[in-house]
Design a protein around this ligand. Structure first.
Ligand code: E4P
Length: 217
């Protein structure tokens, strides 16, 4: 399973990269705004900064919602750095744009996926990744993991190469459950990734080992 961090915060990206297990970064317009990154030039500079910090894919989202606008923005983003993956919303013009990008060899991440039908369409258009938002489905009393299961089944039935990028991850159990179902990638906050490493028996055991070592020296 690939691990992406879902943030535009440079310090958190550095910390995740430092762990040695980071495969990429996803961002979205809300995450960029949260870091106070505004204005086209600053946004492009921020993406470059992120690409220079990590070795994997960096999803950069288009703001346009019409075909021509998505193509224009996506090409600017893709030309910025070879690690950029153009993030396109699941709308009819977005599907058409994904088809165009895929024929041009430009990687895409189809975002805001909330149903298996949407994922199927994105895969048919040639998306590199589909991003089902499991946390946001859980927020409205719908099991986000069921969606991941459905997409896994459909993609396996037809051997689609599109990767399932489980997004809107909120906690370590989301990551574990997505791994059990076979999501190809997960993107989540640093807190959920770090939480995977925690266990009280590990802390107790380590404390005891170190205390016994001190006694012997
Ligand atoms: C996906 O790429 C999105 O950036 C993200 O996972 C959304 O998560 P949220 O529901 O926590 O905002």
């Amino acid at each position: 399973m690939k691990f992406f961090i879902d943030t535009a915060n440079i310090e958190q990206i550095k910390q995740a990269e430092h762990l040695g297990i980071l495969d990429g970064v996803t961002t979205n317009p809300s995450l960029m705004a949260k870091e106070g990154v505004t204005g086209n030039n600053n946004i492009l500079k921020h993406y470059l900064k992120i690409c220079n910090l990590v070795t994997g894919d960096v999803s950069a989202e288009v703001i346009s919602v019409d075909y021509d606008g998505i193509i224009k923005e996506g090409e600017i983003l893709a030309n910025l750095h070879k690690q950029i993956v153009v993030k396109v919303p699941m709308i009819p013009d977005g599907i058409k744009a994904i088809k165009y990008f895929s024929e041009k060899g430009i990687k895409t991440n189809c975002t805001l996926i909330f149903s298996s039908g949407q994922a199927l369409l994105a895969a048919k258009a040639g998306a590199t990744y589909v991003s089902p938002f499991i946390g946001r489905l859980d927020d409205v009393s719908t099991d986000g993991l069921v969606l991941i299961e459905e997409i896994r089944l459909i993609f396996d039935n037809y051997a689609f190469e599109t990767e399932i990028l489980a997004a809107s991850i909120r906690n370590p159990m989301h990551i574990i459950n997505c791994a059990k179902i076979g999501a190809d990638v997960m993107t989540g906050p640093l807190s959920a990734i770090i939480a995977l490493s925690k266990h009280p028996l590990t802390d107790i055991g380590l404390e005891k080992f170190l205390a016994d070592h001190r006694k012997g020296n």
